[in-house]
Design a protein around this ligand. Structure first.
Ligand code: BGC
Length: 751
């Protein structure tokens, strides 16, 4: 109490002394820093108080103002699939809805960097027009296990794809003059005990898998902000790790933006600040007191405070708020909705299409099963949730696309979902929205299979569509039962519907409206076609209808593996929701208090492909309504790595786009390497039947390197490298090779 009074007095004295003080400008940051009292420095580094930043419900945090030096309060807001705040505000009838774009795992399935940048260009415009300075996205942790609850927000199991997508994402957001925040740095690969879990990772896996994507994002995207994760990394909180936040991030990678904490206070405020974590978010009075105490005791130096303040002030002068931008509160939601639909359509992955089941005939008579047809999931839950004005569902989108829907069935699911919502919607609209955003397990459980209608529908309708939906979100990992595996009702639904329809010579299409990988081998033979739109945003159901109708030819590819069994992933031996949980060791709970990343670099396809383990759908997989032929490629060693080009021709009946995945197999000897690793990728434009396009790739030697932890260096071995051009990691269509004459190495610090 006394401390707080002294602090208030000190800050007011500073205000009195403000006469004649310089005001912050982009070119006088050093003068401002010199003019700041220790109290002001500390207050700048500890984030905004709630009263200052909660000017509308849902925003995350911000920076405190220091009026005497012309430093405004700035605000930040979640992401990443769109802005996360609530649409209603006091004293106005105006609503403030945001566009729910496709979640990260879907937009990355486009394998289209330009498209990603265009999408986040529009998202960034909403950030700008709603008066937000810092957007808390992209989320980009690696899909180490299919069961991580936040995989839907993240991009891939592969660091190159993840890093390139994040960089494109950041460029799009920041093209609006607002700041993107790359999160969660680093190794936040599980939600269970996410605040305290210690991710124990060997140096090689850390460098090649868990930091590599961030390295690419930093170097190619130049994000204005990085959010340090809650978890520990090899015994030290990421937020308090000097090695991570200063040595690697700034000194090795040349990062010059601001670093902030993930949200909520830890005891080690001062340690975090010393490590190079510039900004505590949201920041509390206790943290402020800790900082001031540390200044007084000399536990943190003025130099350290100034260093951090420099980063924060550079951020502040870049913000729209500092520049006095008069935001409209009126972004063009209609245009953004169209873009959201386009991105979803370009990214949907077609997993199966036997006998040309899809596209469906125009005006086909459809029976649409599953609660997901009505209660379609646009985005996940938690801070990644977005409140859109309207989320289209499959009933609406298929009707809109001119299909004839069985009305009895549509009515059955509509009534079921409405009843479920009515029981949950106990209080006012705002409570419902909060509940929806944070309501774990809100997803309506599958309804009983409408047995009484089934046989007649199978006789009368042309095709059965089954929608399987899933929620997932922040704070918990997914379970095996009823989540990775289908629930008993879902299983029954697929079996009974396919029996009835197949008996009558009709086709069955399954739509996977999910946020994370699920088990597919036990039922995929019962479906004739399977589409994977993930959680495709508010317009996603319309995008699915576009693909079903053949208006859009699917060109998305998997950014992770669909295993046969989740236990086939070596990470499952050390993941909370797998059966091995719970061994006591020195009072610590395995996979809760700490997690051994014992699988090292053998994450995703690196494991499955190298060890020849069968999967349900491999990394990079996705079908099209057309076919493509790859030419003999040209592969050449360059002064720094290699260059390659390949020509792709559309050999099928309709226009389409193809993703070309460039994998490299390193020469034998030295470090053990995956049999192939993704080193580049590209996507053709829409090619008409018979049309060709040549794609070229340039890969520097540094990107071919593996990390040798014995000497703490990246090493690219000399020898012959195979370059493979694949339509998936298991479907190599063309190959070439080049030679690196001399080994190369890049020494770095150990973490
Ligand atoms: C999440 C972050 C989010 C922050 C602010 C945290 O709990 O992990 O992703 O940006 O909250 O809402």
């Amino acid at each position: 109490m006394i401390k707080r009074a002294l602090l208030t007095a000190a800050l007011s004295l500073a205000t009195v002394l403000s006469f004649g003080q310089p005001k912050l400008r982009p070119d006088n940051i050093e003068d401002i820093i010199k003019a700041m009292t220790d109290e002001e420095l500390a207050s700048l580094l500890v984030g905004a108080k709630e009263s200052e930043f909660y000017y509308f419900e849902g925003t995350a945090a911000g920076v405190r103002s220091i009026p005497r030096l012309g430093i405004p309060a700035t605000i930040s807001c979640d992401g990443p699939a769109g802005l996360h705040f609530y649409p209603f505000r006091d004293n106005t009838d105006k609503t403030f809805y945001c566009t729910a774009f496709p979640v990260g795992v879907l937009s990355a399935s486009s394998w289209d960097l330009e498209l990603m940048e265009t999408m986040t260009g529009a998202l960034g415009n909403e950030v700008h027009e709603y008066g937000v300075d810092m957007f808390l996205g992209p989320g980009m942790n690696i899909h180490r296990s299919p069961l991580c609850g936040r995989n839907f927000e993240y991009f891939s199991e592969d660091p190159l794809l993840s890093g390139k997508m994040a960089a494109a994402y950041v460029r799009g957001i920041q093209s609006n003059g607002v700041t993107a925040t790359v999160k969660h740095f680093a190794a936040n690969n599980q939600e269970t005990n996410r605040h305290e879990n210690d991710a124990r990772i060997g140096q090689r896996a850390l460098r090649e898998i868990y930091l590599k994507n961030f390295e690419i994002a930093v170097k190619e995207g130049r994000p204005g902000a990085m959010m340090a994760s809650y978890n520990k990394l090899n015994g030290e909180y990421a937020q308090q790790s000097y090695d991570l936040l200063t040595t690697i991030l700034r000194e090795e990678w040349g990062y010059d933006g601001v670093v902030l904490t993930d949200h909520g206070a830890k005891d080690g405020t001062v340690k975090a600040a010393k490590a190079g974590c510039d900004l505590m978010q949201p920041g509390s009075e206790v943290e402020l007191e800790r900082m001031l105490e540390a200044v007084k005791e000399g536990a943190i130096t003025r130099d350290e405070l100034e260093r951090n303040a420099r980063h924060v002030l550079r951020y502040i002068v870049s913000t729209p708020r500092f520049k006095g931008y008069k935001f409209s509160n009126d972004p063009d939601l209609r245009t953004h909705a169209e873009l959201a639909r386009k991105v979803a359509g370009e990214s949907i992955v077609m997993l199966k299409n036997d006998g040309g089941t899809l596209p469906l005939k125009a005006g086909a008579k459809l029976a649409v099963y599953g609660v997901g047809s009505e209660d379609f999931v646009a985005v996940g839950i938690g801070s990644g949730h977005v409140v859109a004005k309207h989320v289209g569902n499959m009933r609406e989108s298929l009707t809109d696309a001119g299909f004839e829907l069985n009305q009895d069935l549509a009515g059955y699911y509509k009534a079921y979902v409405e009843l479920d919502h009515a029981t949950k919607r106990v209080a006012g609209a705002m409570d419902w929205l909060v509940y929806e955003s944070w309501g774990y397990g809100k997803k309506v459980a599958e309804a009983d299979v409408p047995l009484n209608m089934l046989s007649r529908q199978a006789a009368e309708e042309d095709v059965a569509i089954i929608v399987i939906s899933r929620d997932a979100g922040e704070g918990y990992d997914r379970s095996l039962v009823d989540d990775f595996e289908l629930s008993v009702r879902e299983r029954e639904l697929i079996r009974l519907v396919s029996d009835e329809y197949h008996a009558k010579g009709k086709k069955v299409v399954v739509i996977l409206n999910i946020g994370g990988v699920i088990e597919t081998v036990s039922w995929n033979n019962m479906a004739d076609a399977i589409l994977l739109p993930w959680q495709p945003g508010q317009e996603g159901a319309y995008a699915v209808a576009d693909v079903l109708a053949g208006k859009v030819n699917p060109s998305g590819k998997l950014t992770m593996t669909f295993p046969i069994d989740v236990l086939d992933h070596p990470s499952s031996a050390n993941f909370p929701t797998c059966p091995q949980v719970g061994e006591a060791e020195q009072g610590l709970r395995k996979n809760v208090d700490y997690t051994e990343y014992a699988e090292g670099i053998w994450v995703g396809y690196r494991h499955f492909t190298t060890r020849g383990i069968k999967v349900s759908y491999p990394f990079g997989y996705g079908l099209s309504y057309t076919t493509f032929l790859y030419s003999k490629p040209i592969v050449k060693a360059s002064s720094d790595g290699f260059t390659a080009s390949v020509t792709v021709t559309n050999t099928g009946p309709v226009a389409g786009k193809e993703v070309i995945e460039v994998y490299v197999s390193a020469p034998y000897g030295g470090l053990e390497k995956p049999s192939r690793e993704l080193k580049a990728f590209g996507k053709t434009r829409s090619l008409a039947p018979g049309e060709s396009q040549t794609l070229s790739f340039t890969v520097p030697a540094y990107e071919l390197a593996s990390f040798n932890e014995a000497v703490s260096a990246w090493e690219t071995a000399a020898g012959n490298y195979q370059v493979q051009f694949g339509s998936s990691v298991e479907d190599i269509r063309a190959a070439g090779s080049f030679r690196i004459k001399k080994p190369q190495s890049w020494k770095v610090n150990n973490l």
